[in-house]
Design a protein around this ligand. Structure first.
Ligand code: SF4
Length: 183
């Protein structure tokens, strides 16, 4: 049985330790801090957004991951979480929000609609947000359960831990952005 008074601390990054000291690289330290203080920007347009509300609420409590501070200002957000059906008219707005986010930034596509258009294979619905912006993690489901959203978020945390200097300076990342017409 779990003890509700137990406080779990984040795992230390790989390093060297001895009596009275612990040494690691700056990259690992920055990654640890970033991964446990990601500020999400929820871009919720429909039913998947309701699942996100549940993910935020006390039972699932995304605050346990250091992400309880939602940012509705793109410039102060780390993770763009797109949840719901994105119409083609809405697509330029999603892209503008993404462009306003500072690096390092990550994108979590939540639910079938955001990932692929879902059941709405129609002229008016964008068939996946990766047609307009790069996506880091996809969460399947219609709608996905809060546990799935948390799992996707934890995968973003893993990326944040490993990508301290981020792909942003790497040619592959620049080429990826260029393929979306983003400099
Ligand atoms: S994936 Fe399903 S639950 Fe989510 S927004 Fe689309 S229709 Fe709604």
């Amino acid at each position: 049985m779990s003890d509700s008074s137990t406080v779990n601390v984040a795992e230390a990054p790989p390093g060297i330790e001895g009596a009275g000291f612990f040494a690691t690289s700056l990259d690992n330290l920055v990654g640890l801090a970033r991964a446990n203080s990601l500020w999400p920007l929820p871009f919720a347009t429909s039913c998947c957004g309701i699942e996100f509300m549940s993910t935020m609420a006390s039972h699932y409590d995304i605050g346990r991951f250091g992400a309880e501070r939602l940012s509705f200002s793109a410039r102060q957000a780390d993770v763009l979480m797109v949840m719901g059906t994105i119409s083609k008219k809405m697509a330029p707005v999603v892209k503008q929000v993404y462009l306003q986010m500072a690096e390092p930034r990550w994108v979590l596509s939540v639910g079938a609609c955001a990932c692929s258009g879902g059941i709405f294979d129609t002229y008016s619905v964008l068939q996946g947000i990766d047609r307009i912006i790069p996506v880091d993690v996809y969460v399947p489901g219609c709608p996905p359960r809060p546990e799935q959203i948390l799992d996707g978020f934890m995968q973003i945390q893993e990326l944040a831990k490993k990508e301290t200097t981020r792909r942003r300076n790497e040619p592959e990342y620049k080429a990826l952005l260029a393929s979306y017409g983003i400099e």
